[in-house]
Design a protein around this ligand. Structure first.
Ligand code: XMP
Length: 175
């Protein structure tokens, strides 16, 4: 299997800077508590690291939540395993994820945060594959790139734990 570049690192960097500017403009945070970026792991680790540093805001809190729906393959299992969300009552939360696919992960985490009393829940994904959407509640307020139904690796995304280190977003070709 050979990675082929889909979106090069320079384009990712430029888009992340644009997202940071838009998010900071829209979600400057409340008077009592700063905006909470809740990054979904494992795939969102590169994206949140760059996005957080692209936010021109004086105060932001970053939390992490491990979720899983793929178990090493290239198709969603349909079951979203996830950790309990942190205490978010009254907070403005931005979920940060690598890719929006069926929508089940974002719908599940959004529901958990709403039940936990968050004042506002929004979501930012680097990639959106609208062709694969099943759950309409799995929607994102900020999207980096809309892509076709291909399995993507690199910039945090993996295939069976491999290729997360690649700086470009790639697809896997046979051979
Ligand atoms: P759902 O289906 O819940 O999926 O929207 C979101 C999660 O599925 C994983 N995912 C991928 N991971 N390459 C990956 O490495 C892909 O092309 C891909 N599509 C979905 C990802 O973990 C995401 O958070």
């Amino acid at each position: 299997m050979r990675p082929r570049v889909l979106i090069p690192a320079e384009r990712i960097a430029a888009r992340v800077r644009g997202l940071g500017t838009a998010i900071a403009r829209d979600l400057a945070g409340g008077r009592d508590a700063p905006l909470l970026l809740l990054a979904l792991l494992d795939g969102g680790f590169c994206f949140v690291a760059d996005l957080a540093r692209a936010l021109p805001l004086p105060d932001v809190e970053i939390g992490f939540l491990r979720t899983s729906s793929y178990r090493g393959g290239t198709r969603s299992t349909g079951v979203v395993e996830r950790e309990p969300v942190p205490a978010v009552a009254g907070r403005s939360v931005l979920i940060v994820d690598d890719i929006l696919d069926t929508g089940r992960t974002l719908a599940a985490v959004r529901g958990d945060l709403t039940r936990a009393g968050a004042a506002a829940v929004r979501a930012c994904v680097l990639l959106d594959k609208p062709a694969r959407r099943i759950d309409p509640d799995g929607r994102a307020d900020y999207v980096g790139f809309t892509i076709p139904d291909v399995f993507v690796i690199g910039y945090g995304l993996d295939h069976a734990g491999r290729f997360r280190h690649l700086p470009d977003l790639c697809v896997l070709d046979d051979g």
